[in-house]
Design a protein around this ligand. Structure first.
Ligand SMILES: [Cu+2]
Length: 308
């Protein structure tokens, strides 16, 4: 009856089915009672209306019955919820990092994976961190969902109970590409997991170029893609050294995207807007990026060639 793929699924499903059943009984009962009263108490000729004032018996019935119902819902809800907050001491640790618009799973020591790979039947505590805005890690098959909030460390835990592949979503609207902030949880047999982990460890994750980290941590790539996709602002791909048409104080002019142009676009974005994009969407990054940072970013741009 309970088809979730984690130890927490039964508690969630029981509560859901309970609330759903109560709601179903009430909607059928209320609708039937409504239809009955509409027909039975319709105004008829020669039948004077009767007035009623107060009924202690009725008051007690419709106070006590709902109280019992909500206490039953509370009981099951609390049982399911408290299990979700008690992490077993032997749980393994993974950190899920949310950023616009990708999940990253950090296994420690620089080992970062785009997918959450875990052994079956072993408890895992997933620490939740955001590097930009609010996200929410949602793995429907495991019946777990928790907010990922910048500046606040949240967590969730579970024991995956079936081998397989499961969807991971972001369920807190986090901007333009929110709906594509997807990943997979891959649950493997312990032996397969050990093999995966050994291979994963062997391919030492190479550090990302510092220019990229600057762009990511400053939030630039939320609006400027690195792969040519048109977002709020122009893509950084193939930008360096290219001619572009911009709207400036003097009308439309052609400029070359050299060091000066890039520096100026970071410090005073509205002074030259690439034709096809809008003014007033980007603030100056004067406070956030130092001269050295800008130089690093320019060097990184030089590596972002347009593929021929
Ligand atoms: Cu998100």
């Amino acid at each position: 009856m309970f088809t979730g793929a984690s130890n927490l699924a039964e508690g969630v499903d029981k509560t859901f089915i309970l609330i759903f059943s109560i709601a179903f009984i009430f909607i059928v009962g209320i609708t039937a009672f409504m239809i009955y009263t509409v027909i039975h108490f319709a105004r008829k000729k020669g039948k004077p209306a009767r007035q009623f004032t107060g009924s202690l018996k009725l008051e007690i019935i419709w106070t006590v019955i709902p109280l019992i119902i909500v206490m039953i819902i509370f009981h099951y809800g609390w049982k399911g919820f408290s299990a979700m907050r008690k992490v077993p001491a032997d749980a393994m640790n993974v950190t899920a990092v949310g950023r616009m618009w990708k999940w990253e799973f950090d296994y420690g020591n620089g080992m970062k994976s785009a997918e959450l790979v875990l052994p079956v039947n072993k408890a895992v505590r997933v620490a939740l961190k955001s590097e930009d805005v609010n996200h929410s890690l949602f793995i429907p098959a495991f019946r777990v969902k928790e907010d990922v909030v910048p500046g606040y460390e949240n967590y969730l835990w579970f024991i995956p109970t079936f081998v397989g592949e499961y969807e991971i979503l972001c369920s807190e609207y986090c901007g333009l590409e929110h709906s594509s902030m997807l990943s997979k949880a891959r649950i493997l047999e312990q032996a397969d997991y050990d093999k995966w982990f050994a291979d994963f460890k062997a391919v030492a994750v190479k550090p990302e170029p510092s220019g990229y980290l600057l762009l990511r941590n400053t939030g630039c790539i939320a609006c400027h893609s690195l792969d040519g996709t048109k977002l709020v602002g122009p893509s950084f791909k193939g930008l360096y050294g290219k001619e572009r048409l911009v709207t400036s104080g003097k009308g439309q002019i052609k400029v070359t995207a050299d060091d000066n142009y890039i520096r100026n676009s970071i410090l005073d974005p509205d002074s030259q807007i690439v034709v096809g994009f809008n003014k007033g969407l980007m603030k100056s990054y004067k406070e956030l990026l130092k001269e050295d940072d800008i130089k690093t970013i320019i060097e990184y741009f030089k590596t972002l060639k347009e593929d021929k």
